[in-house]
Design a protein around this ligand. Structure first.
Ligand code: EPZ
Length: 426
């Protein structure tokens, strides 16, 4: 397993291009299962989560190939196997997004229940509620859900849950509804840009979806869908992560390939604490040259503050002036980074789904343990600002969602070395 050794007190400066969105690409790749003929998806980042999805689609009978221009060609050749095995799904819970496409196109699916992960339980009861309304039958066998449907029929579906909308639940139900008979209305749909991007791709394949990006999506079923070419949107969470990197390191970074309209809650908070965010054509410049102010953050479904940037902002607020409060409303247990930041001198105190952060002047480098994808990124960011060096262990978590992050941060002036953890133990 690899670790990062992050040298502290580094100011980041320079320009960086933001990659295509992992969380848009994953459901879009699954959506290709709905099509007759090949799809070519552009700007799919080269990440371990994407590789897992490629492996899964291959097992489900698709030929999945990176083209010479970096795009990804997906064509279903064999529909005889519709089993998403536990061994693949346990490595990436997002594999659940093949459920809707398989059900709609093949009338059956066997998908391992995702199980829990570092950020909490990952139930799929809302996915099930929506697909059952379309006519699907669910049963549980050996940890797998077996889902069948003779013919999906359009329905009026409420997809809200105790934590608001569900991103992949909306993706599954919207995808399945494209081939259902009649019209489906999805109430309390997720409004995330990644759901909008999926809808755009499905419409380009011949689906008839409207209202995507709002809490009410309407889908008029069609007979079939045809593969097409589609470029995924830029990764707003990667962009937000690099914005925090500029702020936490007292630096200045120009980001290219960013849609600021997808990050309004994030930019609002950055500006509120004293970070400069200037829009430029196709991107923005982020800089910080003064002490940061404290603030309060509550994570919410889009367009609210994204849970996927909660850990990164906690690292940033750890060096702000005054007391900040972060409340996690999406994944209330998404706080594995709290204890690790405390090892670096952050004054953080958790009370249930809320963390109080008492700003301190200086973090201090220490050995820390990565856990979930975004918490791991937060520890690297904290290491940039800390005095001395920080060793972040188990960085395979980071590789799931950030392509060669150490190389890209080093190009901006960071000093991060990737080492095999065994080298550290010798
Ligand atoms: C997507 O996960 C993202 N993953 C997550 O990003 C992101 O944190 C999450 O949306 C919230 O924005 C991908 O897009 C691949 P949800 P998803 O269903 O769809 C509860 C990252 O770091 N819920 O919107 O699985 C659930 O427990 C990852 O890139 C139910 O109760 O999340 C949670 O509390 C981490 N029942 C809340 O809803 C259900 O059937 C939101 O979950 C489904 C969800």
């Amino acid at each position: 397993m690899d670790s990062f050794i992050v040298e502290g007190s580094t100011r980041l400066r320079g320009k960086i291009r933001i990659n295509g969105s992992k969380n848009a690409a994953l459901p879009i790749m699954a959506g290709a299962l709905l099509a007759n003929g090949p799809s070519v998806i552009e700007d799919v980042p080269n990440l371990s989560d994407i590789q897992h999805q490629m492996n899964l689609l291959t097992e489900l009978g698709a030929v999945v190939q990176r083209q010479s221009d970096g795009s990804m060609k997906i064509e279903v050749k064999d529909e005889s196997n519709s089993h998403a095995r536990y061994d693949l799904v346990r490595k990436m819970r997002a594999s659940i997004c093949v459920l809707g496409p398989l059900l709609a196109k093949r009338g059956e699916a066997r998908v391992s229940l995702p199980g829990g992960c570092a950020i909490g339980d990952r139930p799929i009861d809302i996915h099930q509620r929506g697909l059952e309304k379309l006519g699907a039958k669910f049963r549980l066998e050996g940890g797998d859900i077996i889902v069948t449907a003779q013919r999906l029929r359009g329905a009026d579906i409420f997809l809200g849950g105790n934590f608001g909308s569900t991103v992949l639940g909306t993706a599954n139900v919207m995808s399945a509804a494209t081939l259902a008979e009649g019209t489906t209305t999805i109430e309390s749909a997720a409004c995330e840009p990644e759901v909008v991007d999926l809808a755009e791709y499905l419409n380009a394949m011949g689906a008839r979806i409207s209202g995507h990006g709002t809490p009410r999506i309407t889908v008029e079923g069609v007979a079939d869908l045809k593969g097409c070419r589609h470029r995924v949107i830029c990764d707003r969470i990667e962009a937000g992560t690099f914005m925090v990197a500029a702020a936490i390191s007292n630096g200045e970074i120009e980001l290219e390939n960013v849609r600021l309209r997808d990050l309004m809650a994030t930019v609002d908070k950055l500006r509120a604490i004293g970070v400069i965010v200037d829009a430029s054509n196709g991107g923005c410049t982020v800089a910080r040259s003064q002490r940061l102010h404290a603030t309060t953050i509550t994570t919410q479904p889009h367009p609210g503050f994204p849970t996927d940037l909660q850990a990164q902002f906690m690292a940033l607020l750890a060096i702000a002036d005054g007391n900040s409060i972060i409340t996690e409303k999406i994944f209330p247990d998404r706080f594995l980074h709290v204890a690790e930041l405390a090892r670096m001198g952050a004054k953080v105190h958790r009370e249930g789904a809320t963390v109080i952060i008492e700003g301190t002047d200086q973090l201090v480098g220490a050995p820390v343990m990565a856990s979930d994808l975004r918490a791991s990124a937060a520890l690297v960011l904290a290491g940039l600002a800390a005095e001395g060096s920080t060793t972040v262990n188990r960085v395979y978590h980071i590789d799931r969602g950030y392509e060669r992050i150490e190389e890209r941060l080093n190009k901006l002036g960071a000093r991060i070395q990737r080492v095999d953890q065994r080298e550290l133990e010798n």
